[in-house]
Design a protein around this ligand. Structure first.
Ligand code: GN1
Ligand code: MG
Length: 369
């Protein structure tokens, strides 16, 4: 946990002008540690987002910042072609005095700083279908902005990120090794995931066979990664660009549905509350598919719904793998949170599998419009 003194030092490195006031901890991510810091400048309060990047997860954090700075510059230029300022529509990272978008402290910790977007708000979950549709448009637009970005120039910051075949191998290793001695209590949920291996690896195998193209994808499309205008509730910007890498459109679509399309939280303990919310699914699909459809291959359109199943199983399986390994990867707020997350994702995935045809029909309809 950071102190005022530490954050002040980090802010000095990023040459933030004004008088440091205080900080808030932002608790929503599972990987990095995030703070909102406040400065008084010319009588006005200014805030910034300071993050300590998790270098256990991001082994090459400089590559992460390299991707982020190129991608944000690219999007900024695109937006400026159609409007005067992109200030509230794309993240703006601060530089150090030696022109770097990051700084290391003596203890090896890696830090970055970006401007807080004024008047913005985000949602962990929402029942407002207009906001769900807006989130779909936001991630769809992100795809469009980067449609002609050279995919090959991106660093692969986490190799095999959506390689579901490998994810299943790592899961089976974790079951076999039973490092944290938790296998027995998790046996039922382990068996549940093992039964879904075939359907969850289909998408990856299709991509490998050449049937699906790799595009620039966001790879963490949960609703909390979209900023909305506090007043109008229209989308402003997509955030959390750490995992921007070559990937499948279906993974971005599916990862969003995993969270925004569920009737429960990501770690809902009461499994009777967890299923796919078809209305939210339709709203997100309307926004996303409506925005990107003209650029997609036929096979991409046909596998969007499968993407939701794939990512729900993959992400739930990652939570379970981490639980079996002793919670080394995802931050937890209570002891069995990764197990709770895994159980919840299993129930959600099973419900999606039952309704997969209906889900795909919704996509087909929005593709035609
Ligand atoms: C992690 O920390 P956060 O919330 O940005 C994870 C994603 C998962 C997500 C599950 C680098 O993202 O892949 O989908 O948790 N990020 C990484 O909520 O592994
Ligand atoms: Mg993320």
């Amino acid at each position: 946990m950071a102190t005022d003194a530490l954050l002040k030092r980090v802010c000095e490195k990023f040459q933030i002008q004004g008088e440091y006031q205080f900080f808030n901890v932002i608790n929503s991510g599972h990987i990095n540690t995030t703070y909102q810091v406040f400065f008084l400048r010319n009588g006005e309060m200014k805030d910034y987002i300071i993050q300590q990047v998790n270098t256990y997860v991001f082994r090459d954090p400089i590559a992460v910042m390299d991707n982020i700075s190129s991608v944000t510059e690219y999007i900024r230029a695109k937006i400026k072609e159609k409007q005067a300022t992109a200030k509230r529509n794309v993240l703006h990272y601060s530089k150090t005095s030696d022109e770097k978008y990051y700084t290391f402290l003596e203890d090896g910790s890696f830090w970055r700083c970006c401007r807080y977007i004024d008047g913005s708000i985000s949602f962990e979950q929402t029942d407002d279908l207009d906001i769900v549709e807006e989130a779909g448009i936001a991630f769809g637009e992100f795809q469009l902005y980067l449609a002609d970005y050279p995919v090959k120039d991106l660093h692969i910051v986490i190799p095999h990120f959506h390689n579901t075949v490998r994810r299943f191998e790592a899961f089976k290793d974790a079951v076999r090794e039973n490092l944290a001695g938790r296998r027995e209590e998790a046996q039922e949920v382990i068996d549940g995931y093992l039964q879904l291996e075939e359907i969850a690896t289909k998408l990856y195998k299709l991509q490998k066979s050449g049937a699906l193209p790799l595009r620039v994808t966001h790879n963490d499309t949960k609703p909390s990664n979209v900023l909305f205008d506090e007043q109008t509730r229209k989308h402003l910007s997509v955030i959390d660009l750490d995992t921007v890498m070559p990937g499948l459109v279906a993974c971005d679509f599916g990862d969003a549905i995993r969270v925004i399309g569920s009737t429960g939280a990501e770690d809902e303990r009461d499994l009777s509350k967890v299923r796919l919310d078809m209305e939210k699914y339709k709203a997100f699909a309307r926004g996303f598919v409506g925005t990107v459809k003209d650029r997609l291959w036929e096979m991409e359109k046909q596998t969007l719904a499968l993407g939701a199943v794939t990512i729900t199983v993959e992400c739930g399986g990652r939570f379970l793998t981490d639980y079996l390994n002793g919670d080394k990867y995802f931050r937890i707020h209570y002891p069995d949170q990764n197990l709770v997350r895994a159980k919840c994702h299993l129930v959600l995935a099973q419900d999606m599998i039952k309704r997969l045809d209906e889900m795909q029909r919704v996509v087909d309809e929005y593709c035609k419009k």
